[in-house]
Design a protein around this ligand. Structure first.
Ligand SMILES: C[S@@+](CC[C@H](N)C(=O)[O-])C[C@H]1O[C@@H](n2cnc3c(N)ncnc32)[C@H](O)[C@@H]1O
Length: 274
């Protein structure tokens, strides 16, 4: 999905979609999942996180990951290109500074952070330029931790939901994609990939909201979005219980050499109706 001209959307490139596709930060903050405690513990031990560490959360959005990492480090600074996400961040995470910036324009000095984290955003980045920019702000021996939540498409209704959401057509990345090759081609090495399970319970209402926070859906024309949501309802309404969704997670980790670590979770998914 490098060109989006067929999208009928208000954006024309994937990069623009990544920056403009998150225009309702408050809604995003309310319905998107957090990250598994095990993954946070993994990050803590892999990167030796403690009160001396200064971390950057790049593509921090509304602060879901930031609020989990802040207690594991001495200081965290957040960066995001979306004004709406930064507004939601400031409202929900007032004790952490959020700056305007992006993968290729991080508003921090050279060698000024020990670890860079990217939660659910690396697929928007302009690699390899982004990896060079991340390397610039990292102190020697610093690390990069990446994490995703992904849908578990082995669950039939979750697969059906993905199809109704037209994920196959507009996906910014393939669920389960291994980014190791990209990482190894840059200034990082010793990549490690780890998977954890995670779950998020959603009501039907919040599941609809979660679907609407999907980047390419949020920039669709009203007509297209209404048609898509009708298809989504055909999957969601027959689910028997209000508490119908569980997200499972996978985390992927890379660690390595001079900049000795990348932790990339990758996610699993929405799971079973209970
Ligand atoms: C799916 S959200 C993830 C937000 C947050 N990290 C979380 O875990 O909830 C993706 C975020 O990446 C940001 N983003 C998109 N393109 C970006 C880029 N080129 N550089 C940095 N951040 C970007 C978006 O503004 C959005 O806040």
């Amino acid at each position: 999905m490098d060109e989006l001209e067929a999208c009928g959307h208000e954006v024309s490139t994937k990069r623009e979609l990544g920056i403009k596709g998150f225009s309702d930060g408050m809604s995003y903050n309310a319905v998107r999942p957090d990250y598994p405690g095990e993954a946070m513990a993994f990050f803590a031990s892999t990167f030796g996180l403690d009160g001396t560490v200064r971390a950057l959360d790049l593509g921090a959005g509304s602060g879901i990951f930031t609020r989990q990492i802040r207690d594991l480090v001495g200081e965290v600074v957040a960066v995001d290109p979306s004004a709406s996400m930064r507004e939601a961040f400031a409202a929900s995470t007032p004790d952490v500074e959020i700056l305007e910036g992006s993968d290729i324009a991080i508003p921090l000095d050279d060698e000024s952070v020990d670890v860079v984290f990217v939660a659910q955003a690396f697929h928007w980045f302009d690699v390899p330029a982004a990896l060079e920019e991340i390397r610039r702000v990292l102190r020697p021996g610093g690390g990069l931790g990446l994490i995703w939540n992904e849908r578990d498409e082995s669950v039939p209704w979750v697969r059906a939901l993905s199809l109704a959401m037209q994920w196959d057509r507009w996906q910014p990345y393939r669920v389960g994609r291994d980014f190791s090759g990209l990482l190894c081609a840059g200034p990082f090495r010793d990549v490690e990939r780890v998977t954890f399970r995670h779950a998020q319970l959603l009501t039907k209402e919040s599941l609809y909201q979660r679907v609407l926070t999907t980047s390419y859906i949020s920039v669709m024309s009203e007509t297209e979005r209404t048609a898509l949501m009708r298809d989504v309802a055909k999957v969601v309404e027959p689910l028997e219980t209000a508490r119908c969704c569980i997200w499972r997670f996978a985390l992927e980790t890379r660690s390595g050499g001079e900049y000795d670590f990348l932790a990339c979770p990758r996610l699993s998914s929405l799971a079973t109706p209970s």
